[in-house]
Design a protein around this ligand. Structure first.
Ligand SMILES: Nc1ncnc2c1ncn2[C@@H]1O[C@H](COP(=O)(O)OP(=O)(O)OP(=O)(O)O)[C@@H](O)[C@H]1O
Ligand SMILES: [Mg+2]
Length: 495
């Protein structure tokens, strides 16, 4: 942690003594004081604070929580610390109100009666995570009526003016409505599968695969692949480089600076030790304020993708789950296919269905492919998931028949020990030796998934699982010439 960092704060608590005393806290600079709710928008634009500290005592009749949602969409990388006072655990209306803040990316919600400088110091310097406050949004997410009433921030998402409508045909995004559903696991395994077993590209070489961790605040891909953190080679460095040639979403760099920036970005790609044709752009661990200082716009991500698409045969992206996140929309819009990961948790399924409306409004539905992860079937191979104790009621059959969700891949639930061991050793399961019989089914499902993106030439005759037609491609390596025009790329859904 950098102790010299200065936090630029706009005070909007309506408590005069508090507004004035925060500048006494180490490394905190009060850049302005807002006197009433209607002034908030103008003051944030004027003072450009990293943090806005706000409370219900701020003068005005407008709904403060309603305003905060709108402000957060407009000033995405500004952190809002909301002093929410005490909370009655039975006051569901108030909990839902706070839950909406959480769903809009405001996590610094301070629920306490007493206030002192020490507490504020702690709040300012230790941003809360989504997980810490997600309990507030639980009711909303479990309740259709309430969710339908949420104004999805479409206008905030479509703020990317210059990113164009077209897609990039070798970019694939792994995403999910709910965090922790397996984006990193599946994107890493898919990238490894293509790098190891994909057919040669146009030049007769093994396919060059890029694996990108789009998030600026996590480091999961590096961990899964045992790649040591290198502060000079990650998403932050790439974004910093791009920020040098952009001004308010417009490319302003000259040829020379563009050349240098492109070189720097290429240098940020780290080769995975296990496969010399897999290149990883690791995420980074930035605070919201640090991200703010980079002034990232959606165009930065599009620039990055346009560069990578030329360098690599396949670009696979592990995204942040939040639709409200500034990076998510441009990535979804530019990708050739978006893989949405869901699981057999009925609430997760329902949330995905609700979310379809949002995707529809964004014209993204045609490229959505659902993947069922952590699939469990009622047979003895899943007994370590509990099927020997109780039959699973909601299965993939129901998902497909009752909810009409056509999943393009079903990845089985893997036992905990195997999952943890693969992370510990830094070798994704899809790279398991075929001699490991108990991971063969999962490995085959992962190869099938990869085959949707790029033709896989691995034979796995030892596994007897039901094959779909397009899987025949897995068994008989097709002649390279046949795929020349599309490189190794599979066509629609691998058919
Ligand atoms: N097929 C699977 N079988 C068993 N467990 C799984 C499987 N896929 C994911 N998990 C479990 O879910 C956890 C989360 O997976 P992962 O980190 O890939 O999700 P994520 O969507 O990338 O999460 P985040 O939103 O936090 O980035 C894993 O640590 C693992 O415990
Ligand atoms: Mg992840």
């Amino acid at each position: 942690m950098n102790n010299d960092r200065v936090y630029k704060i706009l005070m909007a608590t309506g408590i005069k003594e508090l507004d004035e005393s925060v500048s006494q806290i180490d490394n905190c600079e009060v850049v302005g004081i807002t006197e009433s709710r209607p002034d908030l928008y103008i003051d944030i634009g004027k003072y450009k604070p990293q943090i806005v500290l706000v409370s219900d005592l701020l003068k005005g009749d407008e709904s403060l929580t309603g305003m905060l949602q709108v402000l957060k969409r407009e000033f995405h990388y500004t952190r809002f610390i909301y002093l929410a006072g005490q909370l009655n655990p039975r006051d569901q209306e108030r909990i839902d109100e706070l839950g909406k803040l959480v769903l809009n990316g405001i996590y610094d919600i301070c629920i306490t009666k007493g206030l002192n400088l020490e507490l504020l110091d702690n709040l300012i310097k230790n941003p809360k995570t989504e997980n810490a406050v997600s309990y507030l949004a639980k009711n909303i997410l479990n309740n259709t009526e309430v969710v339908d009433n949420i104004d999805m921030p479409i206008s905030g998402l479509v703020q990317a003016k210059n990113i164009g409508q077209g897609t990039i045909d070798n970019v694939y995004v792994f995403t999910s409505v709910k965090p922790g559903t397996g984006k990193s696991f599946l994107s890493v395994n898919t990238a490894c599968a293509i790098a190891k077993y994909g057919i040669e590209n146009d030049k007769g070489e093994r396919p060059k695969v890029a694996l990108i961790e789009a998030d600026l605040q996590t480091l999961s891909i590096g961990t899964i692949l045992n790649i040591k953190e290198d502060k000079k080679k990650n998403m932050r460095v790439a974004m910093e480089a791009i920020s040098a040639i952009f001004d308010k979403g417009n490319l302003v760099g000259d040829d020379n600076s563009i050349f240098l920036v492109n070189k720097l970005i290429k240098d940020c790609m780290v080769t995975y030790q296990g496969l010399d044709n897999l290149f990883v752009l690791a995420g980074s661990t930035l605070t919201p304020e640090e991200i703010d200082s980079l002034k990232i716009t959606p165009e930065y991500y599009v620039y990055l993708l346009e560069l990578l698409k030329k360098e690599y045969d396949v670009v696979i992206i592990d995204t942040n789950s939040s639709m409200f996140h500034i990076t998510t929309y441009p990535l979804l819009q530019k990708a050739a296919k978006c893989f949405y990961i869901l699981n057999l948790d009925i609430n997760n399924v329902r949330n995905n269905l609700r979310y379809l409306g949002v995707l529809n409004k964004l014209n993204l539905t045609s490229k959505i492919n659902w993947i069922l992860n952590e699939n469990i079937e009622n047979n003895k191979s899943f007994k370590d998931q509990g099927t020997d104790m109780e039959e699973l009621y909601f299965t993939s059959d129901e998902l497909e028949k009752k909810y009409r969700m056509n999943v393009i891949a079903k990845i089985p639930a893997i036992s905990k020990t195997v999952f943890l061991n693969r992370i510990y050793s830094g070798t994704p399961l899809v790279l398991d030796d075929d001699a490991i019989s108990y991971t063969l089914t999962a490995k085959k499902a992962l190869l099938d998934l990869a085959n949707i993106i790029w033709i896989i030439k691995k034979e796995m005759s030892t596994v007897s699982v039901k094959r779909k037609n397009w899987l025949l491609g897995l068994l008989k390596p097709k002649k390279k010439e046949k795929f020349k025009s599309t490189k190794g790329r599979s066509n629609k859904n691998g058919e």
